[in-house]
Write a protein that binds this ligand. Structure first.
Ligand code: UDP
Length: 478
């Protein structure tokens, strides 16, 4: 790599789980292109760095380089299958020290070019203290939606209100009915901009509060967000301000020193024409080329979420019964949950891959519906592709996103009863792909309006260069 000669050196610290590393690397790439004299060092675990380079294939600017840091898993330790949180906890336990050592290594490698700013995933709340100890700027990126950030900022109030609604005691997952409305169904009227959400839509760690699950570092980390983000020089949002209500954005603005909306960092806008996909190793796009217009159901639950085994089976049965062509991004270990003989019987009807170039898939004209867990990035990729959704929220912010999709934006339907059943899914597929033209037409109109907003907000070059420039002024010392 050619060396950057400027004095500013930004250490970019990744949270190496779920979708989180992609938006951060994309942001770092855009900033590095906008500020060619600034050096960017992207620190991430080896496993996550490998996945990033295998799936994005993007060419990094000359002044951005990736480095591996240790993952916190002790040598010889075997991770428990089916417990993804274990890896997260081991990583977080070791992370402040791993990143400190990683930054020392980078500074040594670059001929003592000191770090001048830490840009990190906002889930790494210790970035605040690291930056303070090093007397450098601190700029976190918040990857989930602004309404999810708001829920975390008000987590203490939400927990307290919910506990009271449950009868004064400690809040529990499903709440107890008081009066005629179950607390889980009550709207969040006390929080600016969140009145459309219900307690039941909140990420579970918010309802659990400070007392339950306190041994989980991940839960404690998320609860730290409200304490540390107000200390950041600026908080960068993976969103466009234009897509959120004024009441929500004004309130968030009042909480932080500065808040910068850079747009969706995994989106490919404008479309069409699409830039070539770097990662279609499994041939999804040529397969889609052979399918009829808006006929295909695309299925993916993102990078971590999974439904219980019987729901995988019910979904498969519904796909088979409805004869809808399908493209399913399904991690290898879940194939065992499919009904006997399903793979052979549906060989002509569908295609199952371990990873799909999703943003490209959702922008392909053959895709007619997206069966989704309502991950935040996935929802907006679907909007840009003008694909209505069948929602089966699973974890984290999924239910809040699902609420927006069905009730606010009206661009999708939640699966009947909240879980996959053969009968419910056949019905949902019929509703979104079938003959009820009016319902489908209305969803398509709404989704087109929303896409227009996104494309306009992104500007003529996709994610607006001005937005990247605004962030680069924040991360540089004058
Ligand atoms: N993704 C992909 N191919 C797949 C599955 C997922 O490219 O086969 C990408 C998807 O396009 C999205 C990200 O992984 O950008 C998932 O992020 P999201 O916020 O939707 O869900 P999470 O994984 O965080 O639950």
């Amino acid at each position: 790599m050619s060396q950057s000669s400027g004095k500013n050196h930004v250490a970019v610290l990744a949270f190496p789980f779920g979708c989180h590393p992609w938006p951060l690397l994309n942001l770092a790439s855009k900033l590095a292109s906008a500020a060619p004299d600034v050096r960017f060092s992207f620190l991430n675990t080896a496993k996550s760095n490998q996945k990033l380079s295998a799936t994005s294939g993007a060419h990094l600017p000359h002044n951005l380089k990736s480095y591996d840091v240790v993952d916190g898993v002790p040598e010889g330790h075997v991770l428990t299958p089916g417990n993804p949180l274990e890896e997260v906890e081991l990583f977080l336990e070791a992370a402040p020290e791993s990143f400190r050592k990683g930054m020392d290594m980078v500074v040594a490698e670059t001929g003592q070019q000191k770090i001048t700013c830490i840009l990190n995933d906002a889930f790494l709340v210790f970035g605040c203290d690291l930056a303070a100890d090093m007397h450098v700027k601190w700029v976190p990126l918040y990857v989930p939606a602004p309404y999810d950030l708001s829920a975390h900022i008000y987590s203490a109030l939400l927990h307290e209100t919910y506990a009271k609604a449950c009868g004064g005691g400690e809040a529990h997952g499903n709440g107890g009915a008081v009066g005629d409305l179950n607390p889980i169904d009550k709207t969040l009227d006390a929080i600016p901009g969140l009145s459309v959400m219900r307690f039941g839509d909140l990420p579970p760690e918010i309802l659990q509060g400070n007392h339950s699950n306190s041994s989980s570092i991940f839960a404690r980390t998320l609860r730290g967000i409200s304490d540390v983000l107000p200390r950041a020089n600026a908080v960068v949002m993976n969103s466009f301000q234009e897509l959120n209500s004024t009441i929500l954005t004004d309130d968030l603005k009042s909480k932080f020193q500065d808040i910068l909306y850079v747009g969706f960092l995994t989106l490919i806008v404008p479309t069409p024409p699409l830039p070539p996909s770097h990662s279609d190793a499994t041939g999804c796009l040529p397969w889609l080329d052979e399918q009829k217009l808006t006929s295909v159901a695309y299925i993916s639950f993102g990078t971590v979420a999974a439904v219980p085994p019987h729901e995988f089976a019910a979904l498969a049965e519904a796909l088979e019964a409805s004869c809808v062509p399908f493209l399913w991004s399904l991690r290898e270990n879940f194939k065992a949950f499919l009904p006997n003989g399903f793979l052979e019987r549906t060989r002509k009807q569908g295609k199952i891959v371990p990873w799909a170039p999703q943003a490209h898939v959702l922008s392909h004209k053959a895709v007619g519906v997206y069966i989704t867990h309502c991950g935040y990035n996935s929802v907006f990729e679907s909007i840009v592709g003008e694909v209505p959704m069948i929602c089966r929220p699973i974890l984290g912010d999924n239910k809040m996103n699902g609420r927006m999709v069905e009730d606010v934006w009206e661009i999708g339907v939640r699966v009947e009863g909240g879980v996959f059943t053969k009968k419910g899914m056949v019905k949902s597929l019929e509703l979104v792909l079938g003959h009820d033209d009016q319902h489908r037409r209305r969803m398509k109109e709404k989704i087109r309006d929303l896409k227009e907003l996104v494309v306009k907000a992104a500007g003529p070059d996709g994610i607006d260069k001005d937005k990247a420039q605004t962030v680069t002024t924040k991360i540089q010392n004058n």
